[in-house]
Design a binder for this molecule. Structure first.
Ligand SMILES: [Zn+2]
Ligand SMILES: [Zn+2]
Length: 166
């Protein structure tokens, strides 16, 4: 029998979801995804992108202010906003983020009551680590999860076409 792929651990699973969310990002300077999770339940997701009704960086170019693109809301902010818009309580949740937060997003996640931030990539030139640590938010740094989605329909007998199937 063919060896089956490793089943991802919870932290790895939610980080992979954050990576998937980042695929929706529209700023070519940074693709970032964020997933807010509590009790292994996904509460909200976000990626960095333009605010509704405004053009994407990919179409209109970045809007650079002080060496940063100001056009988009960051992934963490968009996840927080999504929870707010839908009235979802996120206090005590964990934030899975593809990239270490900027200072502003770190402060927002702290204020929103995050318990842990789980991240695999660095983001330099930021006070995020200091803010998280001083506020007692645990930073969990993991290695980048497998970038592959291990989904192989043909491997499963119930999905295999038989002569009798349509
Ligand atoms: Zn941009
Ligand atoms: Zn940010």
């Amino acid at each position: 029998m063919k060896k089956t792929k490793k089943r991802p651990a919870w932290d790895e699973y939610f980080l992979k979801l954050a990576m998937l969310a980042s695929e929706r990002s529209t700023c070519p300077r940074m693709h970032c995804g964020c997933v807010l999770v509590k009790d292994r339940f996904v509460l909200a997701t976000g990626y960095n992108g333009s605010v509704p009704g405004q053009p994407h960086c990919e179409d209109a170019g970045c809007l650079i202010v002080d060496d940063h693109c100001a056009r988009t809301n960051h992934a963490e902010i968009n996840a927080l906003v999504q929870a707010a818009v839908h009235g979802i309580s996120i206090k005590g949740a964990d934030a899975y983020i593809t990239n270490m937060s900027c200072t502003t997003c770190a402060k927002a996640l702290i204020a929103a009551g995050m318990k842990r931030v789980i991240v695999f990539s660095d983001f330099h030139d930021t006070l995020a680590t200091e803010f998280y640590t001083n506020s007692g938010v645990e930073i969990v740094k993991l290695k980048m999860p497998d970038t592959q989605i291990n989904y192989d329909l043909t491997k499963y007998t119930s999905a295999r076409k038989t002569k009798k199937s349509r």
